[in-house]
Write a protein that binds this ligand. Sequence first.
Ligand SMILES: Nc1ncnc2c1ncn2[C@@H]1O[C@H](COP(=O)(O)OP(=O)(O)OP(=O)(O)O)[C@@H](O)[C@H]1O
Ligand SMILES: [Mg+2]
Length: 473
Amino acid sequence: MTSSKDLRDLLKQKSVQIPKDRVLKKDDTAVDAKQKKRNDIVGSGGKGGNRQIEYQTIKGNLHERLIDEMNDAGVLVQPDDELKSFVLRFVESVLENEELPLNETERARLSDDLLEETLGSGPLATLMADPAVTDILVNRFDEIFVERFGILESTDIEFRDEEHLVRIINRMAARVGRRIDTSSPMVDARLPDGSRINATLPPITIDGPTLSIRRFGRKRLSQNDLIRLEMFSESMLEFIGICVQARHNMLISGGTGSGKSTLLGAVSQSISNRERIITIEDAAELLLNQRHVIRMETRTSNIEGQGQITQRELVVNALRMRPDRIILGEVRAGEALDMLQAMNTGHDGSLTTIHANSPRDAFARLETMVMMSGLELPSRAIREQMVSAINFIIHVRRYDDGVRRVERISEVVGMENQTPQMQDIFEFKQSGRSGNRIVGQHVATGIVPRIVDELISRGIAINKQGLFGRESR
Ligand SMILES: Nc1ncnc2c1ncn2[C@@H]1O[C@H](COP(=O)(O)OP(=O)(O)OP(=O)(O)O)[C@@H](O)[C@H]1O
Ligand SMILES: [Mg+2]
């Protein structure tokens, strides 16, 4: 298996061998001997000690050579099977033609270890295999954090050095047809398992390469999971379900990593199986269970700077594909205008998310994005579009106890003096703390949304008091 644990052992042993703060004097043999003994104890302990170091060093060197050879042969972008046979051939040839100081067991595990290093994610393999890990954040080659159950924690997993980290980044990117190098030092991509990676190289990140992995484990968080995790209440979910079925347009707003995309997926669960849904994303992460789903993903330009396909183009194209609903993963730029127009012209029931600090901020940002479309619309016209297109804003927040909660659901009710007006229907009310954990409840504000009467007149059964009464949860 992989070396992440072994690598850790190796690094620990190394740091014992070379005491930084000490210079040995000539006659310091006693201390020298003591140090040597310590090394031997560490060395012979547990996993086979110095042999282990030797094996790791040899493996590390071989891995470097292997990757170089793969690079030269251009096989890094080939399917797994090709890579696998390349690695096996390499190991076979090395073992046959080179005098390596390895015993039988080590020879036997060499190909397995190199395969894991090459096809997998190197030292990150154990983290990638842990279903509780939702994010892996490599700040530096020797500083790796993970998020488990909403809480960030540091790990003692490390890469050998910056080069090792860059090699893994390169490989991950190359496997999904992306490229990262000094001329394009940032990459955003989706791994075959649905995880999303972002990597940067210096000088963009001053202190070295970084890697952020948003893991999409096999299991997505469903509506029920999110209720259990206290992201929202039963009443809120019921209300959201009604809005989706009544084809109201909704905008999910929140900060980075606050749970927008997760919530978008959960909200989309309420869409009926009979509808034709088109999803548009920069890196596809939504996974819908409905029968009629078409997924679209943007494309970055190739090395010659050509072939880019933007979200905006995809929205325009999606409109020609006879969609019942368009789900835009996250609105970031000029496509905001096309999305609003789609929402206003019969593609109601569309959903998207936006990076914002509050529902109000969401509108301000949306306005700026519409301006990025290049059409010189007066501010008032843009706001009118927004107000008539968007019915509800669901704002999510990652609170300081690590729990992601819907902070409020606001209804957009109109314009007054050129200012969009909103009213809160549900909110999270914090009542105190229990240790680190915030104590509080999702409650209805007591305001009945304006659209409710219209819904009732359309024959949709709504228990007004039960859902929106002040004591409703
Ligand atoms: N209610 C929740 N409880 C626990 N974990 C959650 C919850 N909602 C989302 N997560 C996890 O938090 C991480 C971030 O979620 P998500 O990708 O939905 O956020 P986001 O706001 O879309 O992030 P970004 O700004 O990067 O697009 C994911 O790993 C997800 O599985
Ligand atoms: Mg997201």
